[in-house]
Write a protein that binds this ligand. Structure first.
Ligand SMILES: Cc1cc2nc3c(=O)[nH]c(=O)nc-3n(C[C@H](O)[C@H](O)[C@H](O)COP(=O)(O)O)c2cc1C
Length: 344
């Protein structure tokens, strides 16, 4: 990586922490981030992360073993904090001596960070605000990911650029903070590294790599889409909460809006109670990501994608994507160094 000396120097802390050549994580993507993509990312010098999603402990056990068979490089496992068997899943990671566990989907429940650390693994948590980031670090998180609303999948309300400005100046000098959301090219990586990030996490850019098992129809939808097609789901009625998800606009996203209006009407008419109404909304998307990724149902399935989707135009091997990101970052840093030397 001599050719990328400036980028590699800025990534050094992150790479050392991850045990990878570059501090580029491929964020866990349910159904997409399985053995093939995860091992390809780690083999290419990035850091792959298995998406556990709703897997049972037995399925996770098999997925970790299969990934290990495909790479001898480190990779992580992403666990959703509200999974009913979270502690069994942590034990599975422990049995396989997984080096890094990412806790996603909310504040980690009591004892979970400690349980992971007891197995000797490093814990990575998502920090939605500066105050929560500080709390997570105090509770034992080894590193943080800050993820803006440009990202694909479940999102918070704040953009990556604002989160980076709010959180990096306070925490990045002493702690490891990885930036995610909306990163499609290396110039953006250079910018966040210069702001103090230890590395970056991308999802959308890797989802349609050659090694990704996503259905050809899912990949085609990505290649055709532009940034404005990746929209956040909208909540229609304040009584019926919707956790925002960023996905490509399709028949399913339109039907979801219609469904909310219908359920709100039935609630007003007394045909359903509040619990039933909220469940109807919650269940609308059940299995929808799998339908899009695995079955190729891009009409009614959920094609989760971030706003960087417009920069994904063809199927490329993971190694080529990582090489391009590193080269773009290095060129940007060279350019800035050149500008600085002229100014001096
Ligand atoms: C198809 C898809 C599925 C995702 N599934 C998950 C998930 O299961 N768990 C999670 O923590 N993040 C999930 N994410 C978020 C990614 O891990 C990553 O943080 C995000 O994609 C980064 O932003 P970007 O999409 O702008 O690159 C998903 C993203 C996509 C595009």
């Amino acid at each position: 990586m001599i050719a990328h000396s400036k980028t590699s120097a800025l990534m050094a802390r992150g790479s050392e922490f991850l045990g990878s050549e570059t501090a580029i994580l491929c964020g866990a993507m349910s159904w997409v981030s399985e053995r093939n993509l995860v091992s390809a990312i780690s083999n290419a010098g990035g850091f792959g992360v298995i998406a556990c999603g709703a897997m049972t402990p037995a399925l996770l056990d098999a997925e970790i073993a299969a990934t290990r068979a495909l790479t001898d490089k480190p990779f992580g496992v992403n666990l959703i904090t509200m999974h009913p068997q979270l502690f069994e899943l942590i034990a599975v990671c422990g049995r396989h001596a997984v080096s890094h566990v990412v806790l996603a989907g909310g504040i980690p429940p009591k004892g979970s960070v400690e349980a992971i650390r007891e197995h000797g693994a490093k814990v990575i948590c998502f920090a939605p605000t500066l105050a929560l980031g500080k709390k997570l670090l105090r509770s034992g998180a080894d590193a943080l990911v800050i993820e803006g609303m440009e990202a694909g999948g479940h999102i918070g309300p704040v953009s990556t650029s604002v989160l980076a400005q709010e959180i990096l100046p306070s925490l990045a000098a002493e702690h490891l903070v990885f930036v995610a959301g909306g990163i499609g090219r290396g110039e953006a990586i250079a910018g966040y590294l210069e702001m103090g990030a230890a590395g970056v996490q991308l999802g959308t850019r890797f989802a349609c790599a050659s090694e990704s098992i996503a259905h050809p129809a899912f990949k085609k939808a990505f290649f055709r889409a532009s940034a404005r097609d990746a929209i956040a789901s909208v909540q229609v009625d304040p009584r019926l909460p919707v956790i925002p998800v960023r996905a490509l606009r399709n028949k399913g996203t339109e039907e979801f809006t219609a469904k909310q209006i219908e359920v709100a009407r039935r609630l007003d008419a007394g045909e359903v109670d509040m619990g039933e109404a909220q469940l109807a909304i919650e269940h609308f998307w059940a299995g929808a990501l799998r339908r899009a990724v695995i079955d190729g149902d891009v009409e009614s399935g959920s094609i989760m994608a971030g706003q960087s989707v417009g920069m994904v135009t063809s199927e490329e091997p993971v190694a080529q994507i990582i090489a391009a990101l590193m080269a773009e970052s290095e060129a940007a840093l060279d350019h800035r160094a050149g500008a600085r030397s002229i100014a001096a």
